[in-house]
Design a protein around this ligand. Structure first.
Ligand SMILES: Nc1ncnc2c1ncn2[C@@H]1O[C@H](COP(=O)(O)OP(=O)(O)OP(=O)(O)O)[C@@H](O)[C@H]1O
Ligand SMILES: O=C(O)C1=C[C@@H](O)[C@@H](O)[C@H](O)C1
Ligand SMILES: [Mg+2]
Length: 177
């Protein structure tokens, strides 16, 4: 069974949709951000504070590399996982990659009260989201097998949509190195 990898911006719904998708498929769900928190014992803002973004990205690549070895698993990645070309190659080679595409306005509404995303702790987080979206949307598309409109409909609708497309996909990678 191939592994399913969800990608997209902060607030796109990767964790929410991923959990439900795994539950329905009867497989394990893993969240790369949570895996990093479990491994380090500290929060993501704390990792950014101590090791900077570069330190966080190294941990992210390591966790992604480990988790994508597990067959069948559903993985929610962090919003910036696609920035590293090595991560992109790894994801495309090991799983079916689903991009939850959500417009910046909706991302802003979903994330505005959450202080747990260090990259948005700036004077104008809304403009920052626009900027990140513009830079990352092409990278998400480059690596995705499926693009889902994650801005309209509830998570359940998205899960059903993803399941349908995945079933019809010819491309089924074994989730192995
Ligand atoms: N389809 C949806 N419709 C409405 N709200 C949603 C939907 N999907 C997720 N949300 C809400 O948006 C917020 C962000 O969702 P979630 O944490 O799943 O995003 P994420 O992609 O995992 O973000 P991050 O990259 O920061 O971990 C949550 O409050 C969640 O309840
Ligand atoms: O979009 C990003 O670069 C990030 C998203 C979050 O999931 C975390 O991985 C972290 O806050 C960085
Ligand atoms: Mg998440």
């Amino acid at each position: 069974m191939s592994c399913l990898i969800l990608i997209g911006m902060m607030g796109a719904g990767k964790t929410t949709v991923g959990k439900e998708l795994a539950r329905r498929r009867g497989v394990r769900f893993a969240d790369v951000d949570q895996e990093i928190i479990a491994r380090t014992g500290v929060s993501i803002p704390t990792i950014f504070e101590i090791e900077g973004e570069a330190g966080f990205r190294k941990r992210e690549s390591q966790a992604l590399n480990d988790l994508t070895r597990e067959s069948g698993i559903v993985i929610a990645t962090g919003g910036g996982a696609v920035l590293d070309p090595g991560n992109r190659e790894l994801m495309a080679g090991r799983g079916v990659v689903v991009y939850l595409n959500v417009p910046p306005q909706i991302l802003w509404e979903r994330t505005r009260t959450d202080r747990n995303r260090p990259l948005l702790q700036v004077e104008n987080p809304r403009a920052r989201i626009e900027e990140l979206y513009r830079a990352r949307d092409p990278l998400y598309r480059e690596v995705a097998d499926i693009v889902i409109d994650g801005g309209r409909g509830n998570p359940g609708t998205m899960v059903r949509q993803i399941e349908k497309v995945v079933q019809n996909l010819d491309k089924k990678f074994p989730c192995e190195p």
